[in-house]
Unconditional design. Structure first.
Length: 201
């Protein structure tokens, strides 16, 4: 991800990246799933930008917390473009690679800011009002779903990066295969697919 961002900012004229995330697994203590409910009402307990193990998860979650959620979110990149046509070109690439929740968030005289956001999202309550909604056995069953959601998000991000490299950075050495369905794949298959695309955390 870092290499792509660095190269994009060096090679693409009239456009630059702002904040970004390649997708993550987050464990948080919060009564409600929102960052805007007041200071101190959303506490991040742990976060990873890679698949995790059950033991890693259990080391973070314990009964001293009142409300605990596991949250998986897909990749997100903010771009600042000098001209509208460049912004629309990036949004078109985003739509073609499955980043449906993308759009213009700010327009000024000399700048258009767009947000490219993946649609992968998973929110799982683990502890509510100090009561375990999911016990250890249940967590062991959903850990693959958590990891698969993150990996799918990273594969989708890889497709976005590749198409940007082809369309905007004019790279002829990049191969693009926009796979749209991973339904029915096991976590083992996802891990092998992740290895093949050589996707960094």
């Amino acid at each position: 991800m870092f290499d792509f961002l660095k190269t994009f900012n060096e090679k693409v004229n009239d456009c630059m990246t702002l904040s970004s995330c390649s997708g993550r697994i987050l464990v948080a203590e919060t009564e409600r799933l929102s960052f805007s409910k007041g200071k101190g009402m959303f506490k991040v307990l742990a976060k990873w930008h890679r698949p995790i193990t059950l033991s890693e998860l259990l080391r973070v979650i314990n009964s001293r917390y009142s409300n605990v959620w596991i949250i998986v979110t897909g990749g997100i990149i903010h771009f600042s473009c000098r001209f509208m046509d460049k912004a629309l070109e990036i949004l078109d690439i985003a739509q073609k690679t499955g980043f449906k929740h993308s759009g213009i968030i700010s327009i000024r005289d000399d700048e258009v800011i767009i947000e490219v956001q993946g649609e992968e999202k998973l929110s799982i309550p683990v502890i509510i009002n100090r009561r375990w909604i999911l016990d250890k056995n249940s967590l062991s069953e959903v850990i693959d779903i958590i990891n698969e959601t993150l990996i799918l998000a990273k594969i989708r991000l890889t497709n976005l990066v590749k198409l940007i490299e082809i369309k905007l950075m004019k790279r002829s050495d990049v191969k693009f295969n926009n796979r749209k369905s991973f339904k029915g794949r096991t976590y083992r298959e996802f891990k092998e697919l992740l290895r093949k695309v050589k996707l960094a955390d």
